[in-house]
Design a protein. Structure first.
Length: 342
């Protein structure tokens, strides 16, 4: 048995003993050391759903994890027991048109750790020990701790968003950038945009604490919208708040012929967004969903010294998961990325 962080229903989060799945020949057993609480994890706990994924049964949460290999199936090569690894959370079919085209993040058969999108749900990795297919392991480079490696998954999301804006070469040199919404993903988009060479990065938010994190993550300038600040005109906008009204605001703010990348998850169902600017100002409006394999790039960025410490605002022992989720879900606490230590 292994102790895991399990959501049973909205408002019902527990630490439960769970049976360990027997590893197959192509699997690895990972002793989880750190896990990052994601917005989707919080939604399952608060609302019993994350977007269109409805919780129907108890589910182990967590898809942002790193730890060390404890055992390997007999068919696994390229890894060794004791090695530090991060986990790519997606299992894809490998055969559909999207997988064949190099866009497996759009695979219709994807199973993502800690997701209620399918039934039975895909159990997550917030567990003292977890079993995953070995091809989802990513070696943690020398000099990168598993604490930092737990951020590789959301950093991969941010890098993929930057790639959606400027192509897989992740080149924003000479371009001005606005990141609207400075929560954990927004803060990482700031860092990824700087890494891609953006000439000037502005972060906008309603919370002074989040803006402080964004500034320390590399934003050249911040705009406090709660204090009457206005969105500047930039070449590229990453809308990371997920608020429909904000989408309208950034479509109006981006420069003519500019690009808006929708990073924040919009609410399920119909939303009201003014799209007139899309036509009359010839704006490119693009979605971005998770990542392909940018988690590997994220680990390289961390090895090269990309500093994510400013966003690691809180850390809790896994036994204190209920309090950790309370802090992570309440922006008045000053939280950005909250880590669980297993």
């Amino acid at each position: 048995m292994s102790i895991a962080v399990v959501v049973h229903a909205a408002g019902d989060l527990r630490l439960d003993p769970v049976a360990e799945r027997e590893p197959g020949p192509h699997d690895a057993v990972v002793v989880v050391e750190y896990g990052g609480i994601c917005g989707s994890d919080i939604h399952y706990v608060k609302h019993g759903a994350a977007g269109l994924s409805i919780l129907r049964e108890p589910m182990v949460l967590g898809h942002e994890v790193a730890g060390r290999i404890d055992a390997l199936g007999e068919a696994v090569t390229g890894f060794e027991v004791g090695q530090a690894v991060a986990v790519h959370p997606a299992t894809v079919c490998g055969e559909c048109e999207y997988c064949a085209a190099g866009r497996p993040n759009l695979c219709g058969s994807v199973a993502y750790l800690g997701s209620a999108a399918s039934h039975p749900h895909t159990e997550g990795a917030f567990s003292a020990r977890t079993v995953v297919p070995a091809d989802q392991l990513r070696a943690v480079p020398e000099g990168v701790s598993t604490r930092l490696a737990a951020v590789a998954e959301p950093l991969g999301v941010a890098i993929h968003a930057v790639n959606r804006a400027c192509g897989t070469d992740a080149d924003l040199r000479g371009r001005t950038v606005l990141v609207n919404g400075a929560g954990p993903i927004g803060a990482l988009v700031v860092a990824a945009a700087r890494k891609a060479g953006a000439a000037h990065v502005v972060a906008a938010d309603l919370a002074a604490g989040s803006l402080d994190v964004a500034r320390r993550m590399g934003a050249h300038e911040t705009v406090n919208l709660a204090e009457g600040g206005t969105l500047p005109a930039t070449d590229v906008v990453f809308e990371a708040s997920g608020v429909p009204a904000a989408t309208t605001a950034v479509l109006r703010a981006v420069r003519r012929g500019g690009t808006v990348v929708q990073v924040g998850n919009l609410p399920a169902g119909d939303v009201s967004v003014s799209l007139a600017e899309l036509v009359f100002r010839e704006v490119d409006y693009r979605g971005t969903f998770r990542f392909v394999d940018e988690i590997t790039t994220a680990l390289l960025y961390l090895a090269e010294g990309l500093d994510v410490e400013p966003m690691l605002t809180h850390e809790f022992a896994a036994e204190d998961a209920v309090e950790a989720f309370r802090v992570a879900g309440d922006r008045s606490t000053g939280s950005s990325k909250v880590l669980l230590r297993f």
